[in-house]
Design a protein around this ligand. Structure first.
Ligand code: AQP
Length: 334
């Protein structure tokens, strides 16, 4: 065999996922979900809920189950179209773990120890081996579907780079098998910062004051934006070094309104932070309300959500198993 895998022909392929490690926030939406929705008309999309990545830090089993379904419902509520996108749960496709293991056997320990996300999170006590091996599982998540692109936020770029390195390594050792995918980042807003500390990334696990959840009620959104950290001075100007707080809010405004940052600066010239923040809060309430309504209605029928995920897993497994058949043959598994 020479790497013919019968994988999706025709349309280019895109793959991405989000961890079921808590409540999704507007950073996840801007950096990832909004891109998925835009790309699904052009690409064959595989989108998954990363439950196996979520457990790289301890999760309560009931919360994990709930979060997994919540993420599924949010994806659909945000606009994923199940006719265009294959939506599934990572653990429902066992090939992710199998290929992840195989890629571990090709990955020098030092490469994993150098990953920024590992370095940041391994400062915590009791860090688990799963956190170190997260990037090889992520490489497997991607390579199984032989995608052309991986739409992600900026924090995941290093992991996509490692994915390319591993694809190259596998190909050079065992013969051409995997494509080397490219990350796809938004031009603006690829890294949304925490609203209580604009020098840190907005993160699910960093506490609810650092993020605006996609499911936050209107009054919570208004309160969080009102108290979002801004900078000294009063000018509404994009300047990440000197005005990280207002720059972050401008990125959020721009992503949700579709207006460029330059045009927002013009619109708010001479106006104060209060006016800008109040407009931003109303914009978020207006954009998130329909998503929240749809989300609540989807969660009323969990059986139907499970059916959607079962169908997605069936389609994903078909593709993943074909890739694994080639991998088995190449590396000598009988
Ligand atoms: N702040 C962000 N700005 C832009 N994009 C972001 N993403 C995450 N945070 C931001 C993108 O969302 C996708 C899914 O991320 P994930 O949940 O799988 O992992 P993460 O990047 O580790 O996200 P969190 O919120 O920081 O999760 P925790 O706290 O659980 O580790 C990815 O494409 C990511 O780039």
């Amino acid at each position: 065999m020479t790497g013919k895998t019968n994988l999706p022909a025709g349309r280019q392929v895109a793959v991405s996922g989000i961890k079921a490690s808590g409540v999704l926030h507007i950073g996840n939406y801007i950096g990832a979900i909004e891109q998925f929705v835009r790309l699904q008309s052009k690409y064959k999309m595989f989108v998954f809920i990363a439950d196996l990545h979520a457990i790289t830090v301890p999760q309560d089993p009931n919360e994990l189950r709930e979060n997994t379904l919540n993420v599924a419902a949010l994806y659909i509520a945000c606009g994923l179209d199940l006719k265009k996108t294959i939506l599934f749960v990572q653990s429902h496709v066992p090939a992710h773990v199998e290929l992840g293991w195989i890629l571990n056997t090709l990955t020098p320990l030092g490469e994993l120890e150098r990953m920024t996300q590992f370095k940041d999170k391994s400062q915590d006590k009791g860090v688990l081996a799963g956190l170190l091996n997260y990037p090889t599982l992520m490489a497997a998540d991607i390579l199984l579907y032989r995608p052309d692109i991986v739409p992600v936020g900026e924090d995941q770029v290093q992991h996509v780079e490692l994915t390319r390195t591993l694809a190259r390594k596998f190909n050079s050792r065992f013969g051409s098998t995997f494509k080397e995918p490219k990350e796809l980042l938004r031009k603006e807003g690829a890294r949304i910062m925490a609203i209580d500390n604009p020098t840190k990334k907005m993160s699910k696990s960093a506490g609810s004051n650092n993020y605006i959840a996609l499911t936050d009620e209107p009054d919570i959104i208004r309160k969080k934006i009102k108290t979002a950290v801004t900078d000294s001075g009063s000018e509404i100007k994009y300047d990440v070094n000197n005005k990280p707080g207002i720059s972050n809010l401008l990125s959020i405004y721009s992503a949700f309104s579709g207006e460029s940052i330059a045009s927002l600066e013009k619109k708010y010239a001479g106006k104060n932070y209060g006016t800008f923040k109040s407009d931003l809060a109303e914009l978020l309430v207006q954009k998130l309300s329909p998503i929240q309504e749809k989300y609540k209605s989807l969660l009323k029928n969990k059986k139907s959500l499970m059916k959607i995920l079962d169908a997605g897993a069936k389609s994903a497994n078909k593709v993943a198993e074909k890739t694994m058949a080639v991998v088995h043959q190449k590396i000598g598994l009988i």
